[in-house]
Design a protein around this ligand. Structure first.
Ligand code: PAF
Length: 299
């Protein structure tokens, strides 16, 4: 059985409507060029609901003018195979940007303070594009639940808030970051890395582990832990966009770090911008467990 592909919003709404008569519908929104992280979301969705709808859409409104929209990697054939392998029921791949943003489009969802720091500061307008498209996917699918990866931790919080604020009634489920065996967080953008950049990119994971070790040894000053993360990244020639300690709910800077505080990192390996994050109190030893679609932190 090959996974069905839907190209129009009209057909996607109809397919979801029909599917919901069989029970719950789980949604997995993606921008394609799927990797093990996406597949782990699809697999989790398939365990939860009889219907899993995956969206594949490189959403232009969440890219800034100087960002990588035109060269964002695409491989629809490969994506469909991966969707099927992981348990998707059907895929909505809008046939072009105008399918989601037809002429005359003028209504946006405006996120609040959670979208201001970190990615919001570095990528103005990014979250407005994200929550607008996700609202549209929620509205079309009327999904019972939707799955997002914790690699985009701030995005997950912003989407949760949007879903609650607009009474959309979708259960927003966050899933752990999937990693390569050397700890690099899986990302479609890893495809841009040269072999040398790929080797250096593991510094994000090492920065997270260094911060966890320092916290375990008693360091609770956010500034010291952030400096340690920055030094780890710089030592491998990465350009730091930010390395910040925040509370896991409001993304405020804590006075003192506790186990639930998160380190959030964005850094450039060459021209490629990579992000990663994790709870500072998680096991510092950094043990990774193998899963069907990649490696994932234990516990
Ligand atoms: O995380 C992503 O891939 C995108 O931001 C999302 C949620 C699919 C919206 O375009």
């Amino acid at each position: 059985m090959s996974v069905g592909v839907i190209a129009t919003a009209h057909d996607f709404r109809r397919a979801c409507q029909e599917a919901r008569t069989d029970g719950e519908l789980a949604l997995v929104p993606t921008m394609g060029y799927l990797h093990g992280g996406h597949q782990s979301l699809i697999q989790a969705a398939a365990l939860r609901a009889p219907t899993v709808a995956v969206t594949i859409f490189v959403n232009p409104t969440q890219f800034g003018p100087a960002e990588d929209l035109s060269r964002y990697p695409r491989n629809i054939e490969g994506d469909l195979r991966k969707c099927e392998q992981a348990g998707a029921t059907f895929v909505f791949a809008p046939k072009g940007p105008e399918e989601m943003y037809p002429p005359g489009f003028q209504t946006w969802v405006e996120p609040g303070p959670l979208a201001v720091p970190l990615e919001g500061e570095k990528r103005p307008g990014h979250f407005r594009g994200v929550v607008t498209i996700v609202t549209k996917f929620f509205a079309l699918s009327r999904a019972d639940c939707a799955f997002f990866g914790e690699k985009d931790y701030q995005q997950l919080l912003v989407i949760r808030r949007m879903n609650a604020d607009l009474n959309l009634g979708v259960e927003v489920i966050g899933r752990p970051i999937m990693r390569e065996s050397d700890g690099l967080a899986m990302s479609s953008r890893n495809a841009y890395l040269s072999p040398d950049e790929r080797a250096r990119a593991t510094a994000l994971w090492r920065a997270l582990k260094a911060v966890r070790n320092a916290f375990k040894a008693g360091e609770v000053q956010p500034a010291r832990l952030e400096e340690l993360a920055r030094q780890t990244l710089l030592a491998d020639g990465l350009r730091v966009d930010y390395a910040e300690v925040r509370d896991p709910v409001e993304l405020q800077r804590p006075e003192k770090v506790d186990a639930a505080s998160r380190l959030l990192i964005a850094a450039f390996a060459g021209k490629t911008r990579l992000i990663d994050n994790g709870a500072i109190g998680a096991a510092a030893a950094g043990g990774l467990a193998a899963t069907p679609f990649g490696f994932c932190e234990q516990g």
